[in-house]
Design a protein around this ligand. Structure first.
Ligand SMILES: *Cc1c(COP(=O)(O)O)cnc(C)c1O
Length: 360
């Protein structure tokens, strides 16, 4: 068996230790005589798996009391609708910050439910920077302010939390949650599709401040009501049990790595190695303002785009997969979430140096 270094933006690599543990437990979870995917979600075995996953996540992120953790389906894309449905609470407008492709998707969906005020946009600069906070045209009467702390496609990341003066702050953290410690108390809602930095696809983690629930838009589907899902322990209907279990194994693994402070140090170092190489070379380029470069997704281009196919082919032969950039931006992109070992980044860096020597 050979495992490659997979730089996919999502679904992305899982920690090998987690996959091995899942394999060991596949046919008979801890003497239950069945696989986790065959268990009743209401049985005591799965209930213990579910609550352990939640308590480990709470411990990792230091989630304060007064916040519910929901394990939902529908991906971050369903949250683009659930956020306005739940948070408008009688108001007709919300603020959005536009820093790239995922912001735009969130904005387009919100427009189905309310008036969207684009408080700031980086579109004029092709989404290579983040507008300074003091240029934002926020509305003090907005129901909430939504932003995308890490733009997975453009590789643009906030390394600070916006101040909103009491307006609930909502964040699509799909590609950055768990990459570093986080002050959850600054947020109204945090959501993330699991398939980047949490676990397998099919699970969406939502962290919601309790006082923001309970006033869902009339006519919204029952399953889209945060309050209903919270009251039912995310089990109003059958939850994505196996993904929930694997996410729990990832949370345990993260605790074993030393928690999010330790992950932050590793992630900063991993990203730094790639950006240092790119900046030191005339052959590779990253267009993002160094102040807001992502630790998780590193897009780069080659000086000669005609070499793209050769680069990808030779990288693949070297066991470095899925480096092709998003179709909307072209070039390359290395996604280096928690589960990408530092050795994988080292292997990519030496491949890139070698490629430059041969073709630069
Ligand atoms: C991947 C991603 C999404 C879409 O997630 P789905 O789970 O496919 O709906 C949304 N936002 C960000 C920031 C992402 O990285």
């Amino acid at each position: 068996m050979t495992r490659v270094y997979n730089f996919s933006a999502g679904p992305a690599m899982m920690p090998e230790a987690v996959l091995s543990r899942a394999r060991e437990e596949m046919l008979d979870w801890q003497g239950s005589g069945m696989s986790v995917m065959e268990m009743s979600h209401r049985g005591k075995e799965f209930m213990s798996i579910a609550s352990k996953a939640e308590s480990d996540l709470r411990e990792l992120l230091g989630i304060p009391t007064g916040y519910k953790v929901l394990f939902l389906q529908g991906g971050a894309s369903a949250q683009f609708a659930m956020v306005p449905m739940n948070l408008l609470r009688g108001k007709g407008k919300a603020d959005y910050i536009n820093t790239g492709q995922w912001s735009k998707k969130a904005i387009a969906e919100a427009r189905r439910y309310c008036e969207v005020n684009i408080a700031a946009t980086a579109e004029a600069g092709k989404f290579t920077s983040i507008p300074a906070r003091d240029t934002w045209q926020t509305d003090p009467d907005a129901a909430y302010l939504h932003y995308t702390p890490n733009e997975t496609i453009g590789g643009v990341e906030f390394h600070w939390i916006p101040e909103t003066g009491g307006v609930p702050l909502v964040a699509d953290m799909s590609s950055t949650l768990l990459s570093r410690p986080l002050d959850v108390s600054r947020y109204g809602v945090i959501y993330a599709g699991a398939q980047k930095n949490i676990g397998p696809a099919g699970l969406t983690v939502v962290i919601v401040r309790e006082d923001l629930m309970g006033e869902v838009l009339p006519g919204a589907p029952t399953l889209f009501d945060y309050q209903v899902m919270a009251d039912n322990g995310s089990m109003y209907n059958t939850p994505p049990t196996y993904s929930w279990y694997l996410a729990g194994l990832v949370f345990e693994w993260l605790k074993g790595q030393g928690g999010l402070q330790a992950m932050a140090e590793i992630n900063r170092r991993k990203a730094g190695k790639l950006y240092d190489l790119i900046d030191a070379s005339d052959f590779y380029q990253n267009p993002v303002d160094p102040q807001c470069r992502s630790w998780m997704n590193v897009p780069f281009t080659l000086a000669d785009a005609d070499l793209d196919a050769t680069f990808l082919e030779q990288a693949k032969a070297a066991g470095l997969l899925t480096l092709k950039g998003h179709r909307s931006v072209g070039g390359m992109r290395a996604s280096i979430y928690n589960a990408m070992p530092e050795e994988g980044v080292d292997a990519l860096v030496s491949f890139m140096k070698d490629f430059e020597q041969r073709h630069g």
